[in-house]
Design a protein around this ligand. Structure first.
Ligand code: ADP
Ligand code: MG
Length: 247
């Protein structure tokens, strides 16, 4: 077995035992004193659908940034896909991020490119051959219900449509994990439900899905695992949980 194969096998074994996302006693401080995350431990296994809830400032986005390796934990360990993110060399970060799809509240589309280009761009970055891009992009746009809008610019689309473009872009490289930080924060209830239904379908096809949200109605209706953060700590973690309103 080559060194590379051995490492892959070790990662697979780690995932089986500890999850595809594993936080062990993780704290993150931006400055001396108060911690944005305070001694958080958490295991999420492949194929799970998990909501992260909590009031503003409770550390939800900090957790997402740690998982993306945008930030490094002040103490404790973060493993994603079996990679120890503290030890991950800088040159390996792009390869690591390819296994992750991400969507944000504010969509973050390229405003001067059309829908097709916004999605194709994600494939060009990872050097997908042109022929595959021309096959993959229409397929993923159809999945999110935007087959007819491929020539539109973001400003010609509703918020719900823009978020579906962002979702298509996040999924086109077939990530193992989808991270969504308040994906429905700028959407009306109907569009919020459409996005959540898509996230559920994506999860049903095998992708691990982690959704940060404030939408208590959706959380309560969907009966998924719910992890609640309060001032940087996990205060509850329930299978088929509900939104605990602290406001
Ligand atoms: P949430 O996403 O749950 O609203 P965040 O993870 O964004 O919470 O923030 C958690 C805490 O960390 C808050 O007290 C926030 O003010 C602080 N914080 C977040 N980002 C920074 C930063 N870049 N610099 C300093 N403090 C930050
Ligand atoms: Mg946030």
């Amino acid at each position: 077995m080559t060194r590379k194969e051995k490492k892959r096998q070790e990662r697979e074994e780690f995932i089986k035992e500890n999850g595809i996302i594993c936080l062990n006693n993780v704290s993150k401080s931006y400055s001396e004193g108060n911690a944005a995350l305070d001694n958080v431990s958490l295991n999420i296994y492949p194929g799970e659908f998990v909501f992260i809830v909590g009031t503003s400032g409770s550390g939800k986005s900090t957790m997402i940034k740690l998982l993306l390796r945008e930030l490094v934990a002040t103490s404790g360990s973060v493993h994603v896909m079996g990679f120890d993110l503290k030890k991950l060399p800088r040159r390996k970060i792009p390869q690591f991020r390819r296994c992750l799809g991400v969507v944000f509240q504010d969509f973050r589309l390229l405003k001067d490119r059309n829908v097709y280009e916004n999605v194709a761009f994600a494939q060009r970055i990872v050097e997908t051959p042109g022929r595959e891009i021309r096959r993959n992009v229409p397929t993923i746009l159809a999945t999110v219900g935007l087959a007819g809008k491929y020539k539109s610019r973001p400003r010609q689309l509703s918020g719900g449509e823009q978020q579906r473009v962002a979702l298509a872009r996040a999924l086109v490289n077939k990530p193992s994990i989808l991270l969504a930080d308040e994906p429905t924060g700028n959407l009306d209830p109907n569009n919020s439900w459409e996005i959540m239904k898509l996230l559920e379908e994506i999860n049903a096809s095998g992708t691990t899905v982690l959704v940060v949200t404030h939408n208590s109605e959706i959380v309560n209706a969907m009966r998924k695992r719910v992890i609640t953060l309060k001032q940087g700590s996990i205060v509850s973690d329930e299978e088929e949980g509900a939104y605990i309103d602290e406001d």
